[in-house]
Structure formats: C-alpha cells, structure tokens
Design a protein around this ligand. Structure first.
Ligand code: SAH
Length: 241
C-alpha cells in the first residue's frame, strides 16, 4: 500500500464539486483512489462567494453576453486551498491554453500532484490567471460549457500513469503518442468475424515479423491520419528514411 502522505494529490476548484470523482470513481482510477495511490480534494468556489447570495460572477467589463468568474472570489478560493510552498502546477483549463499532450501528462504524473481551476460561463477574470501564475491548458480546439469534463479527462490521463495503477506497465509504453506514432490496429478472437480474418502475421507466432508489421502499420496510420505528428517525428530524427 502506498504511503498516503506521499501519494499524488489533486485539488480541483469548481462550482460543481458533486461532479467529482465522477468517472474517476470507476475502473483503474477508482481502484487507485480507494488504494490512496492518488488523492482528490474538491474546493467549492461558491464557499468563497460574496454577500447573501454568495455571488461568484459578474457582468463582463466592456459589455457583451454572459458572466465572468470574479478574480477576488477565485483568488480567495486558491489562497485557501494552496499554500505558498506548494510545488504543484496550478492549471486553469481553458480553450485558449496550450493543447494537452502525452508528454505533459507524463510530466504531471512524475510530479507531486496538480491544482485545477474549472471555469464556467464566459471564463475567469484575466487578472487571477496573471496574479496566481496559472498555466492555461486546453483539451482541444472546441468549447466545453465548463472546465469539469476537461479536468476529469486530464486527471484520467495522468492517473493511469501513476505507479501501480496500470496492471501491465508495458501496455502504457507502445500506445498512441508514446513513440510519437499512433498505435497499430488490434485484433482478438474469433479468428474470423463476418468473413473478416485476423492478419495472418499476427497468428504466425513469429515475434520479429509481428513487431515489424506493427511498426509499419503505426507509421502508415500516422502518415495518413496525422501528417503533423509524422512531420514532427521526422524532424526529431526519430524516424529517418
Ligand atoms: N469564452 C471562452 C469559453 C468559456 S467556456 C472562450 O471563448 O475562450 C467555459 C469554461 O469551460 C472555460 O472557462 C474552461 O474552464 C472550460 N473549457 C471550455 N472549453 C475548453 C477546452 N477546450 N479545454 C479546456 N477547458 C475548456
């Protein structure tokens, strides 16, 4: 059993703490949470709201639709939950952020944990991002209605890499993106399904040929589907031809 004081710690600031652990209460992440391989603390932003109605948002300066989460409310929520010496990265989930990559996920898994701020409405007052040194991270070029599903997805990606979480550690290593390539196709029984057969090489028992076939398939898929990734691994010198 891991030492709970040393386990990876996630703190999530949200207006909807009941959305957590959500999907992370199941399967690998849920089991690991039960075993204290990671810990989860949610902070209800509403607890730091102002006045009788615990107001957390206000109308955008300069006009326009929607509401903006207030810097003073979010600043107080962050200060109450993250101490000055806390070395964990502080991330605001935001469509304007740097897109999340497997490389960043691996870095986060190797660190002490994470502090995540989930936005809602039009987002957060810019001054809290600057004033509290928040790093903006995006899940992709689309807009969610709130940061919570993004936080769940980011945490899922990190937690599966924590020590002892994935049964066969090897299955993390040749997956999509780990070698800069998309993953090769998988097959399992039955041998024939609706007239479609498993590629013969995979049932030949020749491990060398299987490895070569998988590598070729991974390269073909990456070339066809993600020319951006393909170019990058050529540039990095990971593939030369
Ligand atoms: N007005 C903002 C979008 C706000 S969406 C804009 O145009 O940039 C409301 C909240 O959802 C954001 O504050 C953010 O926390 C979250 N969110 C939306 N899309 C996201 C994405 N692609 N990645 C991460 N978080 C996202």
């Amino acid at each position: 059993m891991p030492d709970p004081a040393a386990s990876w710690q996630a703190t999530v600031l949200t207006l909807f703490p009941e959305m957590f652990p959500g999907t992370l209460g199941f399967s690998l992440a849920g089991k690991a949470l039960g075993e204290e391989r990671w810990r989860l603390e949610t902070v209800d932003i509403r607890d730091f709201g102002l006045g009788r109605h615990a107001q957390v948002d206000d109308t955008p300066a300069g006009g326009g639709a929607g509401m903006v989460l207030r810097a003073d409310v979010l600043g107080a929520a962050l200060d109450a939950s993250v101490s000055a010496g806390d070395a964990r990265p502080r991330i605001y989930l935001s469509p304007r952020g740097r897109p999340l990559t497997q490389e960043r996920v691996r870095e986060l898994a190797a660190g002490p944990g994470i502090v995540l701020l989930c936005g809602r409405f039009e987002g957060v007052d810019e001054r809290v991002i600057e004033g509290r040194g928040l790093e903006e991270v995006s899940l992709g070029d689309f807009v969610l209605s709130g940061g919570e599903p993004a936080a769940l997805a980011l945490l899922d990606a990190v937690i599966r890499l924590l020590p002892g979480v994935m049964g066969a550690q090897a299955s993390g290593e040749d997956e999509s993106f780990e070698a800069g390539l998309l993953e090769y196709p998988h097959f399992t029984r039955p041998q024939v399904w609706e007239g479609r057969e498993i590629p013969q090489i995979l049932t030949s028992g020749d491990h060398g040929k299987v490895a070569t076939w998988r590598r070729e398939q991974a390269e073909r898929l990456t070339r066809e589907r993600r020319p951006d990734l393909w170019q990058k691994i050529h540039k990095d010198g990971r593939i030369t031809d």
